[in-house]
Design a protein around this ligand. Structure first.
Ligand code: DC
Length: 227
């Protein structure tokens, strides 16, 4: 059945709404959901814990290749749970420090190679899936059934990130969040290997003035019409 093997990619910069939208679209279509940013964040957590310099590709790769990183399919929750050495780290990954470290590690070509094979394997296991990240439609799943690129004004994206942190008890000046987001944008878009940009066949949605529900509806409409 086609529905079970469907692949939907959602790419875009931080704060564009990818995570919330991807999760909801997956739930509504009965598909699995994979947050590939969590993989880079998991690698960042490992690097931070080991005290390894993120610029030292050789050591980072060595560390990652010896580590047990996997995604366990949680059928009840409809999500892939990130496991680091068997530990469920889903609640530990969304900090400003790990976001920035993840973005630095994500520039390392050998790290990306390892991640891509992990991502394709996870998708293969889940059957139909919504994958969210930076290079899903351009690089990891070039033959995806549906590709989306979510974007929003940087000021709005910073505001969303700032709100998310606040809700989770992380108090930071908005300006600091904005600067870190800009730096991450620059790095993610400027790197040599699989930089962030919309795939030529992606549907681009500017979410600046849209609610989550409105974005989800647009995505679902494209999918329904295209099937
Ligand atoms: O989506 P996120 O904020 O959790 O991602 C954290 C960092 O990981 C992001 O700044 C760049 C990197 N990343 C990537 O390079 N490729 C992906 N597919 C997902 C994330």
């Amino acid at each position: 059945v086609k529905k079970r093997r469907i692949v939907i990619t959602i790419d875009g910069p931080s704060g564009a709404g990818k995570g919330t939208v991807a999760r909801e679209v997956a739930a509504r279509l009965g598909l699995a959901y994979l947050d590939t940013g969590a993989m880079y964040r998991m690698a960042a957590l490992l690097v931070a814990r080991a005290g390894v310099d993120a610029g030292d590709e050789e050591r980072v790769v060595e560390l990652l290749s010896g580590a047990e990183m996997e995604f366990k399919w949680d059928a009840a929750g409809g999500v892939m749970v990130p496991l680091l050495e068997g530990e469920d780290v889903s609640d530990r990954l969304r900090t400003p420090a790990l976001a920035s470290l993840a973005s630095r590690i994500a520039t390392l070509p050998q790290v990306r190679e390892a991640m891509v094979s992990l991502q394709r394997r996870a998708a293969g296991r889940a059957g139909g899936i919504v994958v969210e990240g930076r290079d899903m439609g351009t690089f990891v799943f070039p033959d995806a059934d549906f590709k989306f690129y979510l974007d929003a004004d940087p000021a709005e994206r910073a505001r969303r990130r700032w709100l998310e942190f606040r809700r989770r008890g992380i108090e930071l000046p908005l300006e600091k969040v904005r600067l870190e987001l800009e730096e991450r944008d620059r790095r993610d878009m400027g790197r040599e290997k699989a930089p962030l940009h919309p795939a030529p066949d992606a549907v681009i949605i500017d979410t600046t003035h849209l609610t989550v529900d409105e974005v989800v509806d647009r995505v679902l409409k494209v999918v329904e019409e295209g099937r």
